[in-house]
Design a protein around this ligand. Structure first.
Ligand code: C2O
Ligand code: CU
Length: 435
């Protein structure tokens, strides 16, 4: 992989994250207050960072609900500017999707919004600001959202691992301006310091652990190598794989997730492979031995109730254009889809509820893009035309083309955009409408 200029100074030895785990399914709304927070992003002693967070922390609290349960969140905005919360990957009611100007008004400072919805799929999701997201997500306005299976697989620990990077000075100050056109025209705001934050810091040798990796970075694609465990990949973007897969070639685009079920043999390490020594993103330490390890086979999670694609009634092309070394000019419209930069007044496509569309994604640029569709999951079409993985965000390397198949069965107005958030901000976004 290229572009790794991460500094190796003072990497954390243990996950220091202190997550709260509110559970839903009871009547009272959970209050989630967005506010400025002071965070220890760098190792202790290296200075704190002024960030944005929720309920006093960044990442925000981990929200947990059982599949089919309802989340009731009273969102309060105290960050000093407009915002809104988007629930990434959840096949949600359109009115709850959290997109200012499309599904709701922006929540002004001092205001609030009641989010209430049923979580249809069990899996690993997250929430994040969808307002000036290239800045607000960078500054920490996000958190994990876990939807538990009604009958979850047996594990000793269920661990969420948020992966992020920051462009940060040694004194802890976030560097430079956020809306930097040079970043926007290239790979986005890549950090110089990166970490994987596991929600537990200790496990026993022999424990069976579910790992839920979430790339919450605004721009960086993370290849991850895992050490100290043996196991299987069981889900991508919150969607169970039909058969567990061997652990190799883990690559997470911004917003993508991967779930693994593993047995711990040694210190669990999350590494960013490089040509030299790997860059250690984080680890889970060993504390003793599990006297009675779970030794059942790792099997598939219960399948999601996603409609299989029918014969496509729409054949569409979405061509990514622009950026540095591209054919467009720099300015406000750095990136475009099919020649259109920024959110058009008419949708890229209109679908009748239940229609299947094939969309050819063409990356005609010198950069990677992680293309995300709101409100739906779609199938990547694999080599040879077979139906591949079910995702909500698909990574296209430079000059790569991929078809996706989607059943548009969720009514409403849905964004379709690059999840490299600076690309989204500088033009790479459109929308579809399902009626
Ligand atoms: Cu994760 Cu449009 O967002
Ligand atoms: Cu992009």
């Amino acid at each position: 992989m290229t572009g790794l200029e991460l500094t190796r100074r003072g990497l954390l030895a243990t996950g220091a994250a202190a997550f709260a785990f509110p559970r839903f399914g009871f009547a009272a709304p959970f209050i989630l207050q967005a506010e400025p927070v002071t965070a220890q992003i760098l190792p202790k002693g290296d200075g704190t960072t002024q960030m944005l967070g929720l309920n006093g922390q960044t990442p925000g609290p981990e929200l947990r609900v059982t599949q089919g349960g309802r989340l009731d969140v009273r969102f309060e905005n105290r960050i000093g500017s407009d915002t809104a919360l988007h629930w990434h990957g959840i096949r949600i009611d359109n009115a709850m999707d959290g997109v200012p100007g499309m599904t709701q008004d922006a929540v002004p400072d001092g205001g609030g919004f009641d989010y209430s919805y049923v979580a249809p799929d069990a899996g690993t999701f997250w929430y994040h600001s969808h307002s000036r997201s290239w800045e607000q997500v960078e500054r920490g306005l996000y958190g994990p959202l876990i939807v538990e299976e009604r009958d979850p697989p047996q594990v000793d620990h269920d661990v969420t691992v948020l992966i992020d990077d920051w462009r940060i000075d040694p004194d802890g100050t976030l560097m430079g301006d956020f809306g930097n056109m040079h970043d926007f025209a290239h790979g986005g705001r890549l950090g110089n310091y990166a970490r994987a934050l596991p929600s537990v810091s200790m496990v026993r040798r022999g424990d069976r652990v579910r790992l839920r990796l979430i790339n919450v970075a605004t721009a960086r694609v993370f290849p991850i190598s895992l050490a100290g465990v043996e196991g299987k990949i069981v889900a991508l973007d919150g969607m169970p794989l039909p058969a567990p897969r061997p652990i190799k070639n883990i690559v997470l685009a911004p917003a993508q997730r991967i779930d693994l079920i593993v047995d711990v043999a040694n210190v669990v390490r999350f590494d960013f492979p490089t040509r030299e020594d790997p860059y250690e993103l984080g680890r889970i330490e060993i504390d003793g031995d599990n006297p009675s390890p779970i030794d059942t086979e790792i099997v598939a999670l219960p399948a999601a109730q996603v409609v299989r694609p029918g014969t496509p009634v729409h054949d569409l092309t979405l061509k990514m254009e622009g950026g540095a070394m591209g054919s467009r000019h720099e300015g406000d419209d750095i990136w475009a889809f099919n020649g259109v930069s920024g959110l058009p007044t008419t949708p890229f496509a209109r679908f009748k509820r239940g229609e299947t569309a094939r969309i050819r994604l063409i990356n005609d640029t010198s950069f990677s893009h992680g293309i995300h569709l709101h409100g739906h999951h779609f199938y990547e079409v694999a080599e040879g035309g077979t139906i591949g993985d079910l995702r909500d965000t698909t990574l296209l390397d430079r000059f790569e083309t991929r078809d996706i198949l989607c059943v548009f069965d969720n009514p409403g107005k849905w964004l379709l955009h690059c999840h490299m958030l600076g690309h989204q901000a500088s033009g790479m976004k459109t929308w579809v409408e399902v009626t």
